[in-house]
Design a protein around this ligand. Structure first.
Ligand SMILES: Cc1cc2nc3c(=O)[nH]c(=O)nc-3n(C[C@H](O)[C@H](O)[C@H](O)COP(=O)(O)OP(=O)(O)OC[C@H]3O[C@@H](n4cnc5c(N)ncnc54)[C@H](O)[C@@H]3O)c2cc1C
Length: 406
């Protein structure tokens, strides 16, 4: 194996995208080290919604991803299937409805205020999101199983859908393989079942990594793309990443009477419990306790395979409130992922204070992985901070710089 110039730690969708984007720009050797199997951790546990909308810079970052996924899906290397279904965030209290209405207004205002989006109409605004008052929901949306009696207002985003697969993991994992297969074609080496145990340094410069398989590996550039493990990896070289985590359990419910129509993804504003139709007869219930009121920092190793009882109870109770037909559904599967959050809700991507060390930390990684990979590759190969630098650089946080002093 050639000595890699670029080492990527983590073979989830983000590491795969970084590898693909680097390999499109350079012929220098690139190696991805993955502790387990490729795309088998957070990526495979994701419910994989993809849709345009959200505040700046998420929408701009997503636009890059949509362009790339359109290219990928036109000539797929794997077999992800995208279903457009729409997304409905519902408020079940008057104050929640007011918040959603304000959110819709703020996003439209942002479109008017933001120079870079004025030149690219359609990033925000008409047709992408609509606030619907509670008494209008029943009259203007055809969602038969939704208990509209409890809805005080809703935010509807029509251009949302999800990646679907046959088994619980196939959808998002297949999407990651769109990057992996192309990266392999370009010559990237993927070393699985290999854990990076240490990032090696010489003074203020990274010189490589140590793995449990190969001992030491020299590299000019190391990219941390280890999902929820990024924090502990960065800590080994004294970098305290400003990230926190939320538990993200998923409960699969099998219906006794299948839904014979497409359902939008439905999410409760007050509880953060969401519903997502996986098949005619299976609904996935998601719940991120802590999303609304503070995250923490999890050691992903300590997160079990099943959710705490109280979390499961809350998730299923809310799901049934939103869609009463779920009362008779059977819980057939359950898993727990870890979500990542940052103080301003934006990813942390690119150069760090330590020369030769970059990070690829993101929430909504199914949607943002393309842009994250592109930013890292443009920085490392072309020295280009990119138009996203101010929004995603670690140096935007007090007390942090990056080695380039951009
Ligand atoms: C339940 C749930 C629902 C979600 N829904 C959505 C959604 O609808 N839309 C969306 O866009 N996003 C969603 N997300 C978020 C999205 O799935 C993640 O942001 C994305 O998968 C993160 O990818 P990643 O590559 O950063 O992390 P991971 O997929 O976790 O990959 C990191 C990899 O690094 C490896 N690793 C860690 N440490 C080491 C080491 N020391 N050495 C070698 N390898 C190492 C791990 O084994 C792992 O495979 C959801 C997440 C969850 C959990």
């Amino acid at each position: 194996m050639p000595t890699p110039r670029y080492v990527i730690v983590g073979g989830g969708i983000v590491g795969a995208s970084v590898a693909y984007h680097l390999s499109e720009r350079t012929d220098d050797p690139i190696t991805v080290y993955e502790r387990t199997d490729l795309a088998s951790e957070t990526t495979s546990k994701s419910t994989a919604m993809i849709g345009i909308g959200g505040p700046d810079p998420h929408s701009r970052l997503k636009h890059y991803g949509f362009r790339l996924y359109n290219e990928f899906f036109a000539e797929p290397a794997a077999s992800p299937r995208y279903r457009q279904a729409g997304r409905l965030r519902v408020a079940t209290s008057p104050s929640g409805a007011t918040t959603l209405e304000r959110l819709a207004a703020d996003e439209s205002e942002q479109a008017v205020a933001c120079e870079s989006v004025r030149s690219s109409p359609g990033i925000f605004g008409d047709g992408l999101m609509e606030y619907i008052p509670g008494d209008e929901v029943r009259k203007s949306l055809l969602i038969p199983p939704l208990n509209t009696d409890i809805v005080d207002g809703a935010l509807y985003r029509p251009r949302y859908g999800y990646i679907q697969g046959d088994s619980r993991t196939l959808g998002p994992r297949d999407l990651a393989f769109e990057f992996i297969e192309r990266a392999k074609e370009n010559g990237v080496t993927f070393e699985t079942n290999t854990t990076v145990t240490d990032i090696r340094t010489n003074g203020d410069r990274v010189t490589g990594v140590t793995t449990d398989e190969t001992d030491t590996v020299d590299a000019d550039e190391v990219v941390c793309a280890a999902g929820p493990w990024n924090a502990q990896l960065a800590e080994t070289v004294g970098l305290d990443l400003p990230v926190e985590h939320v538990l993200s359990p998923v409960f699969a419910l099998e219906l006794d009477r299948p839904f014979p129509y497409t359902l939008p993804a439905i999410k409760s504003h007050e509880s953060s419990v969401g519903l997502h139709r996986k098949r005619d007869d299976v609904v996935l219930v998601t719940y991120t306790p802590g999303e609304n009121d503070g995250a923490t920092r999890y050691d992903p190793e300590t997160v079990g395979d099943t959710a705490p009882d109280a979390v499961r109870r809350t998730a299923l109770e809310w799901a049934e409130r939103l869609v009463p037909q779920l009362h008779d559904a059977e819980l057939v599967d359950e898993w727990v992922g870890v979500g990542t959050s940052t103080p301003d809700g934006n990813p942390i991507v690119g150069w760090t204070p330590l020369e030769g060390l970059s990070v690829a930390v993101t929430m909504s990684g199914i949607q943002l992985a393309p842009a994250v990979g592109s930013i890292v590759a443009r920085q490392l190969v072309a020295g280009d901070p990119t138009e996203f630098y101010d929004d995603v650089s670690i140096s935007r946080f007090d007390g942090y710089t990056d080695a380039t002093n951009c």
